[in-house]
Design a protein around this ligand. Sequence first.
Ligand code: BTN
Length: 294
Amino acid sequence: MTVKPAQKKAVGENDNGGSSRGMMRRVNTLSLNPTAISARLTAQSIAIWQLVVKPVVTSTNDIVRDYDAKGEGHGVAVMAEEQTRGRGRRGRIWHSPAGANLYCSSGWHFSGPVEALSGLSLAVGAMVAEAAMEVCGADLQLKWPNDLYAGDQKVGGVLIEMLGARDNAQSAVIGIGLNVSMSADDGAPIDRPWTDLATASGQNIDRNELASAVLNQLAEGLVQIDQQGCVPWLNLWRQRDYLKGRSIVIDGSPPVAGIAAGVSDSGALLIETESGRQEVSGGEASVLEMGALR
Ligand code: BTN
């Protein structure tokens, strides 16, 4: 379903997070409804987004790619009730059961050079955390590079796919997955500690309200990034840094171990190691606790 609000536009392992919960109840959430989402959009959002809501897709990122291939990528926002091939970072599956969560991808053409976008996934994580906290009141943190956490459990993630440069613009697909209200059965395939916003906040969440808040925050934030770069958002990210001060290890050969010391202005993770401070721009960070990895 496509809505053009007002004037313009009404494999591998699983990465949603692994369940430590056996008693999670599924709270039925209202269906995603383009009219309800559009009703809460700001004027800025209405001017920017062409909202597309689908029942089932392979991946919302795929649909944005299709729009981009037709020259309609900038400003399209695709949401789906279910994804049959949802994907996460590093080739993982993003577990995407029907009617339980938010799966949202947006197309954006950034005006600056690609180097200015190295902090983009962190910046988007900060925007999504702001939006989700505003709607549900839960205290969320950000785990480098692009995970949203509630307590020690993953509640969401960001997957950015860069499509290359065209007409002096960098074309990007910004994919966002938020666990909203997922039953233990639906989450059973996930092999890492996970939670959802309903559990984290103790409230039923209206996914349409959440969708509008995410789109409003993205509209404001992506325009700001075009004008000022990612650093203002990285500053917000730093206030919600889950890893800072923890003993961590980054996978890789060789692995890098040390104390997490924040992020650079390009979004790289800073680590105090035995041989001094290192910057890591890719990989997976695990927390070392009492000698065990988390
Ligand atoms: C991660 O934490 O690994 C990133 C997960 C991103 C999942 C979202 S859901 C909407 C969009 N479509 C996808 O297939 N992936 C992203």
